[in-house]
Each structure stands twice: as C-alpha cells, then as structure tokens.
Design a protein around this ligand. Sequence first.
Ligand code: OAD
Length: 231
Amino acid sequence: MKPKLVVFTGAGISAESGIKTFRDSDGLWEEFNINDVATPQAWNKNKALVLDFYNKRRKQVLEAKPNNAHQALVTLEKKYDVHIITQNIDDLHERAGSKKVLHLHGEIIKSRSTTDSSLIYPIKGMELNIGDRCTRGSQLRPHIVWFGEQVPEMENAYLIAEKADIFMVVGTSLAVYPAAGLIDYTPRGIPKYLIDPGDVKVNGITNLTIIKEKAGIGLSMLAEKLLASTT
Ligand code: OAD
C-alpha cells in the first residue's frame, strides 16, 4: 500500500498562478472588507455586492492555470496516496490532475440553494446573478463557506489527517480556524513539512521541517526528494 501523504494548502499555492492571497500586503482583505462581502450578514444586506465580489474571483480563477506547485503534487501520486485538503476555492488542484481533493471553504465554480444546502450546481460561465434560482425556486448563492458559518467538511478532514504518514502545509498563514488547527490532528511522530516564503507561526509541532520558499520551487524540490526516498 502506498504511504498516505496529506497536503493542506492555502492561497499561497495558487499565488504563482496569479491569484491573490488574502493577507499578504497586496492581498484581497487589504482591498475588501470581510464584513461587506464574505459573511451571511453581508449577503442579507447586499446580495449584488457579494455576487459581484465572487463573480470577479471566479473570472480570475477561470483565467488562471495550475502552476509547478500544483503539478508537483500530481507527480507525488506515483508513489504516495496523496490527499489534498485545501482552503482554496479555486479548482487548480483538480485541473492539474490531483485525484483526491477536499475543499474546506467551498468552490467558486459552484452555486448552492439558499433554502436547501444539498442542492449544489456547477455555474455555467463566469457569473452568478440575482434571479438565478435552484430547482426549488430559491435564489442561488456562491458555494462558499463564509465567516461565521460552519465548515461542513472539517470532520472529513480530521479523519484524513489522523491517518497521515506524511503531512505537508503549503501557502497558508494558518490564521483561520478551524482549518488552521488541522495539523494538531496528525499523528505525533510523522514527518511534517511547511512550505511558505513568509514567517508562519507554528508552535509545538514535532518533526516539522520548514522550507522557506515559494510553493513552485519548494514543492518541486520536496517532491523530488520524496519520490527518490526509499521509505
Ligand atoms: P492567507 O492570505 O492568509 O495566507 C497566504 C499565505 O501564502 C501566507 O503565509 C504567504 O506567506 C503565503 N504565500 C504567498 N506567496 C506564496 C507562494 N508563492 N508560495 C507559497 N506561499 C506563498 O491565505 P490562507 O491562509 O489560504 O477563507 O487563508 C485562509 C482563509 O482565509 C481562506 O481560505 C479564506 C480567507 O479568508 C474564507 O474565505 C472563508
């Protein structure tokens, strides 16, 4: 059986594809106020503004392409049972060819019903607009987890992390919980790697190797090393 490699990714892995991160100096949360565009209250107050924010994000994602970091994770599937748990709402892991991808914070290319959260649809084209309705006649919203909402996939993520043989963290500031706490659910003794060009605060994590590089170069190097290792 292949060793289980669990990879926890954030906005930094898509930065080299031209998608802005959230908390870097030129990040999205410098330009927009979370409370205006990414909460249930924002949706209740001004649906058009929220839809416009995510329509712009969707356009950027559809125009972007996977980069070397996404590709490096695909090559690791030759030798590892790779499970990606991503906070990203883009589909660049899937488009690169990764087979097992769990989205914690939703998916920008999908919409869901505002009355029945099990009704999820692919969005055709770039935009979701006022008047776009589910099969039961309710307004559709972006299939995104907003601040203040539950993270329905968290339990599944814990179950995957608990069984990891190797754990990687790539391109996340680890600022948003519960997602950021995932590393605490990994087995103590396993090797862990963190790839990020910035200073990410991690305390009390055993067996952690920090690779202070951008994801493209950092992950390519690490993938080469892991593919060459005999264990
Ligand atoms: P952040 O913007 O908080 O953090 C991005 C991280 O990527 C930082 O640690 C950067 O140093 C790093 N970074 C920048 N360029 C990089 C590169 N080329 N290669 C690797 N790393 C790079 O983004 P997240 O941690 O993903 O949630 O944010 C978590 C959540 O907060 C998001 O899922 C989103 C956001 O608000 C929701 O919208 C619910």
